[in-house]
Design a protein around this ligand. Structure first.
Ligand code: B1M
Length: 212
């Protein structure tokens, strides 16, 4: 079995120390960080997600897998972020109120930083007003919102509506993403952009900055 499949397998088993060890080994073998991420860590996490949905694994297993994901991601992070790129724009990023999922949001943050954007990460469970306060206080160009739960998707709508209410439409743009979010939903709530993954988010943010 190749090293990336082994990373995926150990992640699935929640073996954080083994995942870190194998990730170090893959880096030492000069495998591309993006490949280690996609075919190793994310491949393992996808299997966990499918098994969770099918009730074949349970919440504690998912927690262990998430811990193992971070064990590998922490090692890849500096490699995914290029050094010395001047800020191409300032983005407020967070997972919306009521939602604690942050792996995807963190990945998007890493990719945006790597593309030269200054990212102010508010973490998870972020109330609507806090996104906007942070954007105005820091003179940010954009707010990026993530959610993984269908129940918390409406918080994104609240943020977009609050931007409108405060007369900030056009000054602060919004991009939304996360597994249950679609381009159609983004359009429906009036968000400026939707993205399905980190690299695509970079493209969309660059386009929004060019349009501004
Ligand atoms: Co939970 N969880 N979880 N979970 N969890 C899901 C999301 C779920 C789909 C699992 C399932 O049922 N199959 C389901 C949601 C169902 C729904 O709403 N329809 C679910 C549930 C139900 C729950 C709980 C309610 C379970 C419970 O308590 N009974 C609970 C919720 C707690 C809360 O938030 N209030 C819960 C808890 C957890 C853990 C804490 C155990 C853990 C999170 C750990 C953490 O994040 N620190 C967890 C995990 C790990 C998952 C799964 C298995 C994996 C999520 C993940 O990290 N994926 C997930 C199943 C799944 O998605 N297959 C599941 C990897 C990540 C890289 O992908 O986040 O999609 P993703 O991000 C992608 C894109 O979506 C996109 O780019 C990213 C990179 O490619 N993207 C953006 C994301 N944000 C973006 C923002 C952008 C642009 C793109 O612009 C700003």
């Amino acid at each position: 079995m190749d090293i990336l499949s082994r990373i995926a397998q150990e992640l699935e088993a929640g073996e954080d120390e083994r995942v870190a060890e194998l990730t170090r080994e893959a880096i030492a073998q000069n495998l591309a960080p993006k490949e280690i991420l996609d075919r190793g860590l994310l491949a393992g996490m996808n299997v966990v997600g499918e098994k969770f949905r099918a009730h074949e694994v349970f919440l504690p297993d998912v927690l262990l897998a998430a811990k193992a994901m971070y064990a590998g991601l922490d090692l890849l992070k500096p490699l995914l972020i290029r050094d010395g790129v001047p800020p191409a724009g300032k983005i407020i990023l967070g997972t919306v109120q009521g939602d604690l999922h942050d792996i995807g949001k963190n990945l998007v943050g890493i990719m945006l930083k790597g593309a030269g954007f200054e990212v102010i990460d508010l973490g998870h469970d972020v109330p609507p007003a806090r996104f906007i306060d942070a954007a105005t206080e820091n003179g940010a160009d954009l707010i990026g919102m993530s959610t993984l739960l269908t129940t918390t998707m409406p918080v994104m709508r609240q943020v977009v509506a609050m931007i409108e209410e405060r007369g900030l439409r056009g000054k602060i743009r919004t991009i939304v993403g996360g597994a249950p979010v679609t381009a159609e939903y983004a359009r429906e709530i009036g968000a400026d952009a939707y993205s399905f993954d980190g690299s695509h988010a970079v493209e969309r943010v660059k386009r929004l900055m060019a349009e501004a």
